[in-house]
Write a protein that binds this ligand. Structure first.
Ligand SMILES: Nc1nc2c(c(=O)[nH]1)N[C@H]1C(S)=C(S)[C@@H](COP(=O)(O)O)O[C@H]1N2
Ligand SMILES: [Mo]
Length: 499
């Protein structure tokens, strides 16, 4: 029994390992695990919002990959058991499973169907071969002239093949996740902006552990539904603006870069950010003002929603009215922090809309902007997230966390209310009065601000709380809500022990 189950698991592992290895080496070949993962993500039944409380951060991706791998190996064990009677149908099962995953994989526009077929043949064939190596001899010719395979030899082969599978899969994964940035017409520099932004304030608050005013690209949070970062080719990429417009327009990357570029600092945030969470950041974005593009195409009366669509069909939409008010500074961004966007953050182009959560606005790997009506729902709306996603007024304590020396302690963090700006931040120690914190320099009302509060900590256990007020005088809501459907509310608090 166990021998067959183990043979199945090893054979399945060989198939998965081969698939990962090929996907890592040959661009356009699918990872079968990722293909199934993408299907699972897309099939999320409506109402699954409790299950996917956050909109796919790194941890969710790892968990999903591990679950799929585990399920695949579980299925392989069952196929192994099937091989007790006859190894051939079980081997056929591996081939069919690989073929099915390959069919699913071509839903990804970056997967080449021919390579998908080859990868499936290799993975399915490899698994079938491994199964035959391990148990083929005994099942087809029962008892009689059975084994040159004694228990030891079997275990040796199983371990050897298993190790090869793990090594191959590991190398493949490594290569997949560290694939180089796409080549082609990726500029190393952005053209000089026609409308540069003023240099940010030099005198920011510097406290160890406090978020910087401008988050370096490598530290910037990443949220999206892609299990592998898509690496688009700027040479073949284009952006189409269509729908309810007078003159639909398609721009190549070079044509987009040739338009006058504007720079602006904008703080973006994820609706799934918990109070005190890290899914928020402030960067300098360079891009073509969305308004310029919409002027060029001529928005027809009656269009009430702007929908950004990425190469894979992911969508996010917001009211056209937003662009006449808080979102007037919206950009089709091609640069982040002075460099061309990297693949993680949406190369070649993405939308950045001041004041809106990413899930309704910040489409990465953008290929289409459609003017339509509010009847259309973007990707996350049918899954239970709010139709409208203005970023909520929030504040966060970055330091201290944990334990401190009694005496003078810097309590510091960030607060944001794009596009209203932050007017005040207050800190409360235990159940004391709310005390004003000092604010760092603001870049604009669209960006977060740093704050600091000098606390003289008495020895013992304490609770620190923070709350902010925007520049319209609105106090942050104390009412606690979960991230779904429209963002987390409540005051961030940390427990600190001073000694
Ligand atoms: N194509 C695409 N764009 C996307 C998403 C996505 O899943 N696919 N996720 C959005 C969400 S939920 C957020 S919060 C922001 C995050 O942008 P960042 O990863 O650059 O921080 O991207 C948005 N753009
Ligand atoms: Mo998000």
């Amino acid at each position: 029994m166990r021998r067959y189950a183990l043979a199945g698991v090893v054979a399945g592992g060989v198939g998965l390992g081969l698939s990962e290895l090929v996907a890592g080496i040959v661009a356009g070949a699918p990872s079968l695990v990722t293909a199934v993962g993408a299907l699972v993500i897309d099939l999320q039944p409506p109402g699954a919002k409790q299950f996917v409380v956050d909109l796919f951060g790194e941890a969710d991706k790892l968990a999903l990959n591990l679950v799929i791998t585990a399920v695949a190996l579980g299925g392989s064990a069952l196929l192994g058991l099937l091989a007790r009677r006859d190894w051939r149908p079980a081997a056929g099962g591996f081939v069919v499973a690989a073929a099915a995953a390959a069919v699913v994989s071509v839903r990804d526009p970056l997967v080449d169907p021919v390579l998908a077929a080859l990868a499936a043949a290799l993975a399915g064939g490899g698994a079938a071969w491994a199964l035959w190596r391990l148990v083929g001899a005994d099942a087809t010719s029962p008892a009689a002239e059975m084994p040159a395979w004694d228990r030891r030899q079997f275990l040796g082969s199983a371990i050897g093949l298993g190790a090869l599978a793990v090594a191959g899969g590991g190398v493949g994964r490594y290569l997949l996740e560290r694939r180089p940035e796409p080549s082609g017409v990726v500029p190393t520099e952005l053209p000089a902006p026609a409308v540069p932004v003023a240099a940010p304030p030099a005198e920011t608050i510097a406290v160890d552990g406090l978020s910087p005013l401008i988050v370096p690209t490598r530290d910037f949070y990443r949220i999206d539904t892609k299990l592998l970062v898509p690496r688009l080719d700027a040479g073949t990429w284009s952006l189409t603006i269509d729908g309810m417009v007078e003159r639909p327009l398609t721009l190549t990357y070079e044509e987009l870069l040739a338009m006058p570029l504007t720079e602006r600092y904008v703080t973006i945030a994820c609706v799934s950010n918990e109070v005190g969470g890290r899914l928020v950041g402030n960067a300098k974005w360079t891009g073509v003002p969305l308004r310029d593009l919409l002027d060029r195409v001529g928005v027809r009366p009656g269009a009430s929603q702007v929908v950004g669509r990425s190469f894979d069909g992911w969508t996010a939409g917001f009211p056209t009215l937003w662009l006449e008010g808080e979102g007037a500074g919206a950009l089709v961004a091609v640069g982040m922090n002075g460099r061309p966007l990297n693949a993680d953050h949406g190369f070649p182009a993405r939308l950045i809309v001041p004041g809106l959560f990413g899930y309704v606005s910040a489409t990465k790997w953008l290929t289409n902007i459609e003017l339509t009506t509010l009847d259309f729902d973007g990707y996350w709306v049918p899954l239970g997230w709010a139709k409208n996603g203005p970023i909520l007024l929030q504040s966060r304590i970055d330091v201290p966390r944990g334990s401190v020396r009694a005496g003078d302690v810097a309590v510091a963090g960030v607060a944001w209310a794009p596009t209203r700006g932050i007017g005040a931040v207050e800190v409360q120690v235990d159940d004391g009065a709310w005390e004003p914190a000092g604010l760092g320099p603001a870049i604009s009302d669209e960006t977060w601000v740093q704050w600091i509060y000098r606390w003289s900590a008495a020895p013992g256990e304490h609770v620190l709380r923070v709350r902010a007020t925007d520049r319209d005088g609105m106090l942050q809501e104390a009412r606690v809500t979960p991230p779904a459907p429209d963002g987390a509310r409540g005051y961030h608090e940390v427990r600190v022990s001073a000694s």
